[in-house]
Design a protein around this ligand. Structure first.
Ligand code: FBP
Length: 550
């Protein structure tokens, strides 16, 4: 038998809290709320989703006891890992069994590819019990295959039919939940009774709306990164010799960088959305950092903490244009992509692309260090996005800041170290918040299938309150969608939620950052706690708390 750590053992025994309304699910029924539209492109989306568009948001209410069906459900992890995924499966399994002890749950293997190729595992209680409250997606694995071609849709449908599935639960981010909506529509159009339900997962925190308060995994990932940032801040304060440039995962949005800043009070945190809004160039961003370094140096402080969101490069206007152009040129099957793939060395690829790019984009490409140029030419992900996790923006900034300080005749010391926190936070043992939240999401997904709903996202409201008062609901996925260009074509997708300039969390940062820049007001969150004072063990993201203030 595999050895497990004492903490793992204790966590396996943890009983997640459930909202009061879910304590007895034998007598629940849905309560239909307002009908939904989409956030934009209503008529186009109505045409694309004629069978699922416009459904109402649903809550649950007590009813007279009803016979609960024996259900067969398949579940899949899609995309990057996020702490708490196993608890979605555990909640789904427990609720299905509570509804009817003969219900069955299958786990599709290694992501959406398992849905297409009909590769699955029978998820038994014994299996699931070994993964409760633990991180990772290793029970069934994950993957980034996008189900979009006719062949993939047909194969997914025939597998669902063969397995006689009542429902499929897709645990994923914005692109994966878009996939869930497409699959739901396809099944309904083809008169297949399998329902499709999405679950909001991503550490990035960018799958969010009025009804989707936060995606799961964000809380734990930010807690893990903030522990490390706090430790580095303490080290910087002790040794007084380094500037630490820390890039944080989060793809396009800066939610993680913002949350970690609220938790640790760094000297500088770049918020990519603000940079785009204020049309700041690489030069102005560099200059702002150099200003802080100069001011601190006047106070004899030649050390500090600079937080950089992973997606920064996509938000600096000149790079945004360059990346958009590269995404178009390098979309699968494009002439440039095929030519580029024939070339072997990085140098020849850089040389080739610099002749194909427009004059403006090339001017921006040319000034980049070779390593970043190469990173920008790497394959796109299956959704056509540049893989920002592989672009070392923090190193680029160290170089530009160094040059700027030299040009200014800076007399102080500037020694910089670079860090990237990404994968460290994606599979950590879920915090109590994520463990409870995910368990409730799984429960709610089972109830939505039991009610015969499809194309819905399992959601929980009132997350700033005690879990007993959380309110489970179903939100039509199409209500979160609009049309965007992907792989050089207009596609229906869930709109990514970015950091909003007028959000309470961002305003709080703006009110405090001048102070944090010069004084050393770092805070040290320490490691995630699972036992002890509830204020510490059950804390929720600061940004969630601030944004829910009236
Ligand atoms: P999801 O959107 O699938 O949750 O993944 C998010 C993420 O963790 C990003 O923060 C990061 O840029 C990306 O995945 C890395 O992808 P990969 O795991 O393929 O390297």
């Amino acid at each position: 038998m595999k050895e497990i750590s004492p903490l793992q053992k204790k966590r396996l025994e943890y009983k997640p809290s459930l909202p009061k309304i879910l304590e007895d699910i034998s007598n629940l029924e849905i309560d239909e709320k307002e009908k939904t539209s989409s956030i934009a492109n209503e008529s186009e989306l109505k045409n694309l989703f004629p069978n699922t568009f416009g459904a109402p948001i649903v809550n649950f209410k007590k009813s007279s006891k009803k016979e609960k069906k024996q259900l067969k459900v398949g579940v899949v992890f899609s995309g990057g890992q996020a702490p708490g995924g196993h608890n979605v499966i555990a909640g789904l399994f427990d609720a299905l069994k509570k509804l009817n002890s003969k219900s069955e749950l299958y786990g599709y293997l290694n992501g959406p590819a398992g849905v297409v190729d009909c590769k699955y595992l029978d998820l038994t209680k014994d299996l699931i019990d070994g993964f409760r409250n633990l991180g990772g997606f290793d029970l069934i694995g994950s993957g980034r295959t996008k189900i979009e071609t006719d062949e993939q849709l047909e194969k997914s449908l025939s597998c669902a039919k063969d397995l006689d599935l009542d429902g499929i639960v897709i645990i994923g981010g914005d692109d994966s939940n878009t996939n869930a909506a497409i699959l739901a529509e396809y099944f309904k159009k083809n008169k297949v009774s399998t329902k499709v339900i999405g679950v909001p997962k991503t550490i990035d925190g960018d799958l969010k709306s009025f009804d989707v308060e936060i995606s799961f995994g964000f809380d734990t990932a930010c807690k893990v990164y903030s522990e490390l940032i706090g430790n580095i801040a303490k080290d910087a304060l002790s040794a007084k010799k380094y500037y630490h440039f820390i890039r944080l995962m989060g793809r396009s949005a800066s939610h993680i960088a913002l949350e970690c800043a609220l938790k640790t009070h760094p000297n500088v945190v770049l918020i990519a959305e603000e940079i785009l809004q204020k049309k700041k160039t690489l030069k102005t961003v560099t200059s702002k950092i150099a200003d802080v370094i100069e001011k601190r140096s006047e106070k004899n402080k030649n050390y500090g903490i600079i937080l950089v969101p992973e997606g920064l490069i996509e938000f600096i206007p000149e790079f945004k244009a360059l990346i958009a152009e590269l995404n178009k040129l390098l979309a699968t099957g494009e002439q440039t992509e095929m030519e580029l793939n024939k070339l072997k060395s990085g140098d020849s690829k850089i040389e080739y692309i610099s002749h194909v790019l427009s004059k403006a984009s090339n001017a921006c490409f040319e000034i980049l260090p070779k390593s970043i140029q190469e990173q920008l030419l790497l394959d796109r992900d299956p959704h056509g996005n540049v893989k920002v996790s592989q672009i070392e923006t923090e190193k680029l900034l160290i170089e530009t800041v160094k040059k700027e300080l030299k040009n200014r005749g800076f007399k102080g010391k500037f020694n910089a170290l670079n860090h990237f926190f990404g994968y460290e936070g994606r599979s950590g043992m879920p915090s109590n918040f994520d463990a409870n939240y995910c368990y409730s999401l799984g429960y709610t997904a089972a109830l939505l299938i039991n009610e015969g709903l499809t194309g819905y996202m399992s959601c929980i409201g009132n997350l700033n309150k005690d879990p007993l008062n959380w309110s489970p609901k179903g939100v039509p996925i199409t209500s979160l969608m609009n049309l965007e260009v992907r792989h050089a074509k207009k596609k229906p997708v869930i709109k990514k939620a970015l950091v909003e300039a007028d959000s309470k969390a961002f305003k709080f940062l703006k009110e405090n950052r001048e102070k944090w820049a010069i004084e050393d007001l770092y805070t040290y969150p320490g490691s995630i706690q699972y036992f002890g004072d509830k204020e510490i063990t059950d804390s929720i993201p600061i940004s969630l708390k601030l944004n829910s203030l009236k």
